[in-house]
Design a protein around this ligand. Structure first.
Ligand SMILES: [Zn+2]
Length: 113
């Protein structure tokens, strides 16, 4: 499952970060996930427990910030919210756009102990 590799990637990032410190484990991890990142939050939730087992994230609380998709129309410069990759411009209905937000998947913050 795609979300499992996503979760394991997050674990790797957390382990790298924590290895730079004297901390032993993560208390809180904050993630930013864009609406267009192609990640099902339910699936991520489902695999999370297994992915973090025995890692620095095992007992960490997880906070997820959603980032709405935002595109700029290449035909009329309209800036608009996107919920799916194939959303068209609400102003001129063009499908040509540049996505400027919504594909993020990043670790925003870690609180360690
Ligand atoms: Zn447009």
């Amino acid at each position: 499952m795609h979300e499992l590799s996503v979760a394991m990637g997050i674990v790797r990032i957390a382990e790298q970060e924590i290895s730079k410190t004297t901390a032993k484990k993560v208390e809180l991890i904050e993630l930013e996930i864009g609406d267009l990142a192609g990640i099902e939050l339910d699936s991520l939730e489902y695999v999370w427990g297994a992915a973090v087992q025995g890692t620095v994230l095992e007992n960490a609380r997880k906070k997820i910030h959603r980032l709405v998709g935002i595109g700029i129309c290449l035909d009329c410069d309209e800036k608009f919210e996107m919920h799916r990759h194939y959303d068209s411009c609400p102003n001129c209905e063009s499908f040509l756009k540049k996505i400027i937000q919504g594909k993020e998947l990043r670790v925003k913050a870690l609180e360690v102990v």
